[in-house]
Design a protein around this ligand. Structure first.
Ligand code: NAP
Length: 453
């Protein structure tokens, strides 16, 4: 069955679903047209009161929704509940700021009056991944609905219950006229939805192949696309860094979401002078992690979300070691569980150097100086985020200028935050979510010019 909830910790199939047929998709898109009229006609205050209610519903249901996330995709339960709470904060953020972010902007010209108005685009299709099954959807949907748009969601096929639960949250919060609809469809049916005249734009968070396919279909139909794709974020440690903090954060940044996060640190680049010490402490901290049942709050790392992801990470490690990489710890698989792993002395063309590793596998490199660290950080097709550890101000500026990514965090791990834009450079995609930039992705920027009579 293509669309199914399968608990990755146990292998048990919990529920299966039939994909919608053409007639059901058509009916949903017809509903989205009338939903758009309703949501557009509402003022910001009316939308905001519903969005605040969505935040309250999420908070009220945080335990049950967190459990649903964990049993569908395997992340540790504490992280799953925290994800639901973070979605609530995003709803509140846009409830509070949408109006000012989309207020008319007056411009002085030789006309009597000139201004820019931000209007909703219409029905937006969101194609979303399973790794943060609530957060990815809410960080798109809260600003999109607050801007007056409506949304249809094609979620990943392994998290259908999360997809339905999100639809229910919006409905129960008062977006009860089909402003947000979940379409249980396969990836093959996405083209049909993008091509439909009633859909105005598409946003995809996922892999490069999926992004390339969806963006080219959107281009064929002259529709806007936003792509949030993969990453192989560098985590750079320089001699002036606080090594205790850097090591503790390095572990967190690598194993977040069982290692399956686009902005997880994947390539660790340590200055030669401290690399031996960093490696030693990092390996010890990775070995100290507790791997096991994600519903047990004392565990740090749960299973990978599907057997395919476990197969992929196993092959990447095996091929990297065959190419000459040194395995410092880990490299073992039990079912869908993969042991926290550290690789070093990795040849430049090994998978652990070139590809995104979507699991708890860290690649450690050594840099001769700042320039070498920047060159190594940029030696990747991706450009999502970067974390740099240094207490030297001049060095910070060189990294901020030199690294080709959508975000650089100094002495902190890369994270998304509703207040600041999030997105990538190079093969990590284009467009932005969150902050003022996120809410302006799916609006018609209308210039209004009123001449002097
Ligand atoms: P994926 O296979 O690309 O799936 C993502 C979504 O795209 C799913 O809904 C999937 O549906 C759909 N899809 C896949 N191929 C498609 C196609 N040819 N046409 C239309 N839709 C298609 O990605 P994943 O492996 O689940 O997710 C992990 C990837 O997402 C990683 O690369 C990660 O870095 C990236 N990611 C990026 C961000 C970011 O913000 N930049 C955030 C999170 C994750 P099915 O499930 O039905 O195949």
């Amino acid at each position: 069955m293509a669309i199914a909830s399968v608990n990755p910790a146990t292998g048990e199939t919990i529920r299966t679903f039939e994909a919608l047929n053409d007639a059901a998709i058509d009916a949903a898109l017809a509903r989205s047209v009338s939903a758009l009229r309703v949501n557009r006609a509402r003022g910001f205050d009316e939308r905001a009161s519903r969005m605040i209610r969505a935040a309250e519903v999420l908070e009220e249901r945080q335990k049950e929704l967190g459990r649903l996330i964990t049993i569908e995709m395997g992340k540790p339960i504490k992280a799953a509940v925290a994800e639901v709470v973070k979605c609530a904060s995003n709803c509140r953020y846009y409830a509070e700021h949408a109006q000012s972010y989309l207020a008319d902007e007056h411009v002085t010209t030789d006309a009597k009056e000139t201004f820019i108005r931000y209007e909703p685009m219409g029905t937006i299709l969101a194609v979303m991944p399973w790794n943060f099954p609530f957060w990815q959807v809410f960080r798109f949907a809260a600003p999109a609905l607050m801007a007056g748009n409506v949304a249809v969601l094609k979620h990943a096929s392994n998290v259908p219950q999360c997809a339905l639960a999100i639809e229910e949250v919006f409905r129960d919060a008062g977006f009860a006229d089909f402003e947000f609809q979940t379409l249980l469809i396969t990836s093959e049916q996405v083209e049909r939805v993008i091509a439909d005249e009633r859909v105005r734009a598409v946003t995809l968070t996922g892999s490069e192949p999926a992004g390339a396919s969806v963006a080219s279909i959107a281009a064929k139909h002259i529709k806007k696309a936003v792509l949030e794709l993969g990453g192989s974020d560098p985590f750079i440690v320089m001699p002036s860094a606080n090594l205790d903090d850097a090591v503790a954060t390095a572990v967190k940044a690598r194993i977040v979401n069982n290692g399956q996060s686009c902005i997880a640190a994947k390539r660790f680049i340590a200055d030669e002078s401290i690399a031996g010490e960093f490696e030693k402490r990092f390996v010890a901290a990775m070995e100290a992690l507790k791997v096991g049942d994600p519903l047990d709050e004392t565990n740090d790392v749960g299973p990978l979300a599907t057997p395919q992801i476990a197969d992929d990470i196993e092959k990447q490690v095996r091929d990297s070691v065959a190419a000459g990489a040194q395995l410092l710890t880990g490299g073992k698989r039990t079912g869908n569980y993969y042991a926290p792993t550290v690789l070093a002395r990795i040849p430049p063309n090994a998978p652990a150097a070139r590809e995104e590793t979507f699991g708890p596998v860290a690649s450690v490199f050594r840099a001769a100086d700042v320039d070498d660290a920047i060159a190594k950080a940029n030696d990747s097709p991706f450009g999502l985020g970067a974390s740099v550890w240094t207490n030297d101000r001049a060095e910070m500026d060189r990294f901020i200028d030199g690294i080709e990514t959508g975000q650089v965090f100094i002495n902190a791990m890369v994270a998304s935050d509703p207040r600041v834009p999030f997105g990538g450079a190079k093969h990590s995609g284009f467009g932005r979510e969150l902050g003022v930039y996120g809410i302006r992705e799916f609006v018609n920027v209308k210039t209004v010019w009123i001449a002097r009579s």
